[in-house]
Design a protein around this ligand. Sequence first.
Ligand SMILES: Cc1cc2nc3c(=O)[nH]c(=O)nc-3n(C[C@H](O)[C@H](O)[C@H](O)COP(=O)(O)OP(=O)(O)OC[C@H]3O[C@@H](n4cnc5c(N)ncnc54)[C@H](O)[C@@H]3O)c2cc1C
Length: 348
Amino acid sequence: MLRLVSRQTVALKKNLPASFQSSRLASTLALLETTADGKLDPSSLNLLQAAKLLNNPITALLVGPNASKGAQNLKDSVKCEELSKIAIVKDESLAHYLPENISPLLVELLKDDTFSHFVISSSSTGKNILPRLAALINNQPICDIIKIEGPNKFIRPIYAGNALATIETAQEKKLLSVRASAFDSIEEGKSEDVEIVEIPFTNKDNVPIKWLSANLTKTGRPDLGSAKTIVSGGRAFKDKESFEKYLTPLADVLNAGIGATRAAVDNGLCDNSLQIGQTGKIVAPNLYIAVGLSGAVQHLAGMKDSGTIVAINNDPDAPIFKTATFGLEGDALDIVPELTEKIKATQK
Ligand SMILES: Cc1cc2nc3c(=O)[nH]c(=O)nc-3n(C[C@H](O)[C@H](O)[C@H](O)COP(=O)(O)OP(=O)(O)OC[C@H]3O[C@@H](n4cnc5c(N)ncnc54)[C@H](O)[C@@H]3O)c2cc1C
């Protein structure tokens, strides 16, 4: 059995308020995602902040051939006193977060009974891994949490974000996925004293799945999950050409990501990787510009936590105006080019 017990555990526990003292030896294992070149995925920085709120010493786990690079980046870029250890598992078969390959490793690590919490981002990676892990250890995961009320108590949205459920668990191990956009990014700085420990991957000869290739759409735009600004289009556009003709220049001047409603995707206006909402991506940029979309609850579920929401719609009764910070009533085909030119003029 692999033991990653932190020496800081007992010392830290003494300083905690009673409501946060869950068990004799509590600590958190956090699976952080990295990009192919070993940079930390932005969602991992929010995940670390959420892990910090559990008030336990944290062991960050990084996997794949770039794990050492990721671990060094973590030490050099993040200030987190709760971070007690960085565990790396460098095997190639873990490179793409294939749940079939990673879950047995997590099962092994979580046999360490000091781990009271396991956290992962509720990204597609987290959504793939957590249920499989939970089934393997016969545990009920708590998914997509947006608030931590204590070591055993969490809040998560239900019914497409129309209600919030407060969940208290008596399970010894808490398996949690965290909605990254609901937490701040961890403080920047350094964590120089944190030890990096390499763990051998004993299961390497038994991995059930092999990664062959990926076919990715390259846009050169900010990723929707981390974009500070998003311009999003709906069914108002009649075809793919007009969706691109109107939205791309606006997104360009704002260095924004482009999103869409499900109706836009279903009508073939754009790729389904752009879909925002209940069954698409969950985003919370500083600025969200909703163009020609009605504001259905399923769409709001994916963007209503954005900082400032600007809605452009020709129907004064469109529900999106109830959620928007600013509303522009009129034809998007007139407003968007004018807005684009006006923003451009301010940049000269
Ligand atoms: C289980 C389930 C899951 C779903 N998941 C999602 C999801 O993840 N994401 C999502 O987005 N939807 C999702 N939906 C679909 C959702 O219910 C809506 O159908 C969809 O969001 C509507 O997209 P829309 O706003 O583009 O289209 P519409 O509702 O048709 O709205 C188009 C808007 O454009 C305006 N408009 C038209 N022409 C112009 C113009 N020239 N200028 C300005 N405004 C104009 C209209 O006034 C209207 O308000 C889901 C539905 C179900 C049942």
